[in-house]
Design a protein around this ligand. Structure first.
Ligand SMILES: Nc1ncnc2c1ncn2[C@@H]1O[C@H](COP(=O)(O)OP(=O)(O)OP(=O)(O)O)[C@@H](O)[C@H]1O
Length: 252
């Protein structure tokens, strides 16, 4: 089981609020780690630190053995780090397929000189991106709605599109921020299957989620955060059964 993402001694504070306090965390290939903890514990902030939305005050982050903590967000993505967002950030009036085709890390972009002098190359890369998008839609059970506007999907399907878009990156590490928030019905099973399949392909996955049953059913391991600290790590069932952690979870 090889380490993909390694976080060491990560600190971050906003004025008096400590969002990360000496955090050490390793995510390994093929494993799904569930990050749980009460509101304000620092879970999303940890994803923001790892993906480079804001810089840490101290500590290191390595991806496949290389430091990424000083890189800009898009460079971290280019190294193989993907994430989803609590608020979906889809393009509502674009089709599902087009939502996937916008912005994967290998997408060539249409620089003016390319459009003028390398039209064959541009068309080829676009066709590759399209093939990949169709493959990802197949894997995520969204192929039937490829041409539907994102705005016309159920909320659960929109959440899946968010995950599908993150998969366009051929990531080494995938961070999922509350994939089940607001989702009901059979999207539960689909989301479980999709995340498991991603991990089985060798990706290191970390999921922040308040739906503890979802985390228990899905994850190989749980990590409990409180006030910017990792307080406990182990089987999710053990964390849920720990009265000290339950008190912290519900008592705040
Ligand atoms: N950019 C920021 N500036 C100031 N304070 C921030 C910033 N980002 C997060 N915080 C604060 O850091 C704390 C941790 O927030 P964070 O969103 O990481 O918690 P969380 O565990 O993800 O909570 P939830 O489960 O509610 O999403 C909160 O008190 C939040 O207000």
């Amino acid at each position: 089981m090889s380490a993909v993402l390694e976080i060491r001694g990560l600190d971050k504070r906003f004025g008096g609020i400590v969002v990360a306090d000496a955090i050490d965390l390793t995510l390994s290939a093929g494993r799904v780690v569930g990050l749980i903890g009460p509101n304000g514990a620092g879970k999303t902030s940890l994803f923001n630190l790892v993906s480079g939305i804001f810089p840490a005050d101290a500590g290191t982050i390595t991806l496949d053995g290389e430091r990424i903590d000083r890189l800009k967000t898009h460079r971290r993505a280019a190294r193989g780090l993907s994430r989803t967002w609590q608020n979906l950030r889809l393009f509502p009036s674009l089709s599902v397929l087009d939502n996937l085709m916008v912005g994967p890390r290998h997408y060539p972009g249409e620089k003016l000189w390319r459009l003028a002098f390398d039209r064959g190359g541009v068309r080829r890369r676009e066709a590759e991106t399209r093939r990949r998008a169709l493959d990802v839609l197949e894997r995520t059970g969204l192929a039937a709605v490829a041409k539907t506007r994102a705005a016309d999907l159920t909320f659960g399907q929109q959440k899946l599109v968010g995950v599908a878009r993150a998969l366009m990156n051929e990531s080494r590490c995938l961070l999922l921020d509350e994939p089940m928030a607001g989702v009901e019905g059979h999207a539960y099973e689909t989301m479980q299957r999709v995340v498991r399949d991603v991990a089985a392909s060798g990706v290191a996955v970390c999921v922040v989620e308040h739906n503890v049953a979802f985390i228990r059913d899905l994850c190989d391991e749980g990590v409990f955060m409180f006030a910017g600290k990792v307080l406990a790590r182990g089987p999710v069932a053990d964390l849920i059964a720990d009265p000290r952690l339950t008190e912290l979870y519900f008592g705040t």
